[in-house]
Design a protein around this ligand. Sequence first.
Ligand code: FES
Length: 156
Amino acid sequence: MPANPELLEITTQLLKNCDNGSQALVSLLETVQNQFGYVPPSVVGLIADQAEVSRPEVYNAIELSPSFSLTPSGDHKLFICNADNCCMQGGTELMEHAIHVLGVKPFETTADKKIRLESFQCLGNCSMAPNVMVNGRVHGMMDTKELDKLIEELKQ
Ligand code: FES
């Protein structure tokens, strides 16, 4: 797919204020991720040039960090708490269920771009474990039946 000139221009302007060199790679990726919600593959070359690293090194850094994604986020974000209290009270099963129902792994977006699944380390609502958060709203004492209902709502 040809690179979108506007995207390249915006990224070029964005990166002008950033540091150069390999030490700056993560911060360059954060800058781009924050701007677009993901790291468009067509700007990886710009990032590699500024960080003075190879393109595979940029892809490797993206792969290693769940904070970065090469695909746009979904319309909705479904976070499932991955910390001890929630996991011990059903959070692990909720995540397995969501993976199965949505057909994605954590930090991936469904094919219809509707839902991005993410895990999260403690939503601060441990007394209501297990917790999930949808578009910023925490839902406590979740079970797979209620999760199915939430997912159905998000798909509409
Ligand atoms: S452990 Fe899940 S909200 Fe604290």
